[in-house]
Design a protein around this ligand. Structure first.
Ligand SMILES: Nc1nc2c(ncn2[C@@H]2O[C@H](COP(=O)(O)OP(=O)(O)OP(=O)(O)O)[C@@H](O)[C@H]2O)c(=O)[nH]1
Ligand SMILES: [Mg+2]
Length: 259
């Protein structure tokens, strides 16, 4: 039978069958991807074939992975020469950033877009926590919005507190598989909870949140949206590095370099 990987912890995987049943599974033997060295050979979003075994806890054995439509991969934060799969088979990405708490790093946006551009995965940039923006933040936002709109990205201002932008985001998510990504503490899980009230994902409640250190979400996981579609919440990304890329990979994937 085939199913979709909806959660991956590295040692086991939750696979959702077409009828909705979730089977805790493991990998049989070695699975490689195009000769790449990966810390995790299977990602959330992968379609896999399963065999069932007689066991109380882990019941499925993943035998093969279907050809991926796309995938988002990055250099492993721990092992420099290995890659880490974020997700596969997504329709779009919501990149969540904030002006403050944690402070905006424009370089982070540009680096992130190098991961989605090779597959032309639409990346929507959400400037979250607009409720705590200063006047200067709002002006800077307008400036950045122009820059990223010009190269084809949708840019949205949002807040889970005031609900600004949430309706627009909901409309964009309907009937699509969307990856939610961004640094730790930008409000990814809070936003998912606000968009899909049937979900109660764990979020960071401490008020003096530093934006570094602790991650509240520790594993990527896909959830059903009651209004249609799927959403993948991911752990915060600390840094993005690219020792696996060639110079031309960068040249080709910065849209503004092309002309
Ligand atoms: N002011 C304000 N605070 C927010 C907003 N959204 C989330 N927060 C707060 O920001 C903190 C981090 O929120 P999370 O949703 O846990 O952040 P996350 O991006 O999922 O973090 P990781 O799981 O560690 O990657 C919490 O204290 C939230 O209450 C918002 O729109 N406005
Ligand atoms: Mg989270």
């Amino acid at each position: 039978m085939t199913g979709i990987v909806i959660k991956s912890t590295g040692s086991w995987y939750n696979v959702r069958l077409p009828d909705g049943e979730i089977i805790k599974s493991r990998i049989a033997g070695k699975i490689k991807l195009d000769g790449l060295k990966l810390t995790n050979p299977i990602a959330v979003g992968d379609e896999v074939t399963l065999e069932m075994e007689d066991s109380d806890e882990i019941r499925g054995i993943i035998k093969s992975i279907s050809l991926r439509k796309n995938y988002i991969v990055r250099q492993s934060p721990r092992k420099k020469h290995q890659l880490h799969f974020l997700a596969s088979n997504v329709d779009q990405v919501l990149l969540i950033v904030t002006m403050r708490d944690p402070n905006l790093k424009v370089g982070f946006i540009d680096r992130f877009l190098i991961m989605t551009e090779p597959y032309s995965i639409p990346a929507i940039i959400v400037f979250n926590k607009s409720d705590i923006n200063t006047v200067a933040d709002d002006l800077y936002y307008e400036e950045l919005k122009k820059i990223y709109t010009k190269i084809g990205h949708l840019v949205i201002k949002a807040s889970s507190v005031t609900k600004e932008g949430l309706k627009e985001i909901q409309t964009l998510l309907k009937d699509k598989t969307t990856l939610i990504a961004g640094q730790s503490g930008v409000g990814k899980s809070t936003l998912v909870n606000a968009i899909e009230p049937t979900l109660h994902l764990r979020t960071e409640e401490i008020s003096d949140f530093s934006g570094k250190g602790q991650h509240t979400t520790t594993f990527a996981e896909m959830f059903d949206l009651s209004f249609g579609g799927h959403i993948i919440d991911t752990p915060g990304i600390k840094t993005i590095a690219f020792t696996h890329l060639e110079v031309m990979d960068i040249a080709h994937n910065f849209k503004e370099f092309l002309p």
